[in-house]
Write a protein that binds this ligand. Structure first.
Ligand SMILES: [Fe+2]
Length: 427
């Protein structure tokens, strides 16, 4: 039998996979059992194989998306024959007369679980002040200069620890797309799409802001207790980025607490408080002339199984208890305890915000805040934006796959986000 040229076997995506020849392929009822020499195996359902072949009438060669409406599957559709060609590619014939070839490297990545959403996303590690004293810090100038490894390290640290810092991010960036854009925009452009809100796509935290601007306690010199932004939304923004462009005031240190560590502490040591915080709902809503965002949920919101943790803890927008009257007193005491712990020296770190610092943090996991400062003592100007979890995880996948060489984005990926081929390391 002739062999397949690896370059001619298309995969149902735009990555290139190392060629991993199959050892065996056998029909087992409605499945095809596949094995590789490294010990991995895969039991592939016939209909899934049928729709995964890249050819007209299955997965479209241009879009790489499946074109088969499941309603059109023939109930009797089955695999009639399988064979491996001389290069180890899988050839499959079906009862409807369709036949095609599947890339053994692409099948192998399914066998190893690399296709799953969390495959290359690092696991979070909860921290306390005993294990973390300041944000993991990376070189912002290098990131803006195109260092994809530095960007990946920064993003991975944001996921693992819930926060990470870039230094030396200028107020106005040069050498990236448009030399006139601000540093925060240049950095987040390298990650993904920013999430707009009623505060605008990019906003200022500055004590002097007033007038028609959608204002908040953040734009004063007051202390901001530990909180997470926008619990008024069904899904609050995933990551928040704050960039210090000017700071000449005394005080105003940033404060950060790992909500994941608080949740773990409460669950293990204060079960009554944990139960109240995870089960008693509050109505959160924003005070505004032009907007009325509302959501009801517990302060520690675990959501549906598999959902990421969402801390709903921003007292300026916590409006009403949404629970039986008998539960309200213990709900308030649990809220008090949660915010006490949020500012407890065992859990909360503090650090100055220097011009050029850009801190990214998981807004659904971390509690952030700041010390009070004197607005008359100078200028403290932060620029902020949100980028949802999906965008950060997507960028990590693209960058991580290029680093390990398991999959390499093709030239069809946006050149602004594509690592250079020189960075690819063969596995
Ligand atoms: Fe905030």
């Amino acid at each position: 039998m002739t062999g397949s040229e690896p370059s001619t076997v298309l995969t149902p995506d735009f990555y290139h996979y190392p060629w991993r020849p199959l050892s065996t392929a056998t029909i087992d009822g409605d499945f095809v059992k596949l094995t590789w020499a490294d010990g991995y195996s895969l039991s592939a359902y016939s209909w899934w194989l049928r729709e995964s072949i890249v050819a007209d009438g299955a997965t479209d060669p241009n879009t790489r998306e499946c074109t088969i409406d499941p309603a059109d599957f023939d109930d009797s559709l089955s695999v009639t024959d399988v064979e491996l060609d001389t290069t180890g590619a899988l050839r499959v014939g079906f009862s409807d007369g369709f036949a095609g070839v599947l890339h053994p490297g692409w099948l192998h990545h399914v066998a190893t679980g690399t296709h799953r959403p969390g495959a290359v996303i690092p696991d979070p590690i909860a921290w306390t002040t005993q294990t973390l004293s300041e944000p993991p810090t990376f070189n912002g100038a290098a990131v803006l200069g195109g260092d994809h490894n530095e960007l990946l390290s920064f993003l991975n640290a944001m996921v693992v620890h819930g926060l990470a810092r870039l230094t030396d991010v200028p107020a106005r960036a040069s050498g990236h797309r448009d030399s006139a854009i601000e540093g925060l925009v240049a950095v987040t452009d390298l990650i993904g799409v920013r999430r707009d809100t009623n505060f605008g796509p990019v906003w200022s935290v500055k004590a002097e802001i007033s007038g028609d601007f959608e204002n908040s306690t953040a734009n004063t010199g007051l202390r901001l207790g530990p909180h997470a932004d926008l619990p008024t939304r069904e899904i609050p923004p995933g990551f928040q980025f704050l960039h210090c462009v000017a700071n000449s005031v005394g005080g105003g240190w940033s404060r950060m607490t790992d909500g994941a560590a608080l949740v773990a502490h409460l669950e293990a040591n204060e079960p009554d408080t944990f139960e109240a915080l995870t089960s008693l709902d509050w109505v959160f809503f924003n005070r505004s002339r032009d907007h009325d965002h509302r959501w009801v949920g517990p302060m520690i919101d675990h959501g549906a199984p598999g959902s990421p943790l969402t801390i709903r803890a921003f007292y300026p927008v916590r409006g009403f208890p949404a629970m039986d009257s008998d539960d309200v007193p213990r709900a308030y005491r649990a809220a008090k305890r949660f915010h006490q712990l949020g500012a407890d020296p065992r859990f909360q770190i503090g650090y100055p915000f220097r011009p050029g610092d850009l801190v990214g943090f998981d807004n659904r996991r971390m509690l952030h805040g700041r010390d009070a400062f004197d607005p008359g003592g100078g200028v403290r100007h932060l620029r902020g934006t949100y980028v949802d979890h999906d965008e950060v995880y997507s960028r990590i996948r693209v960058l991580a796959r290029a680093r390990v060489g398991s999959m390499v984005p093709s030239a069809t990926t946006s050149p602004d986000h594509s690592p250079s081929s020189q960075e690819v390391v063969a596995p």
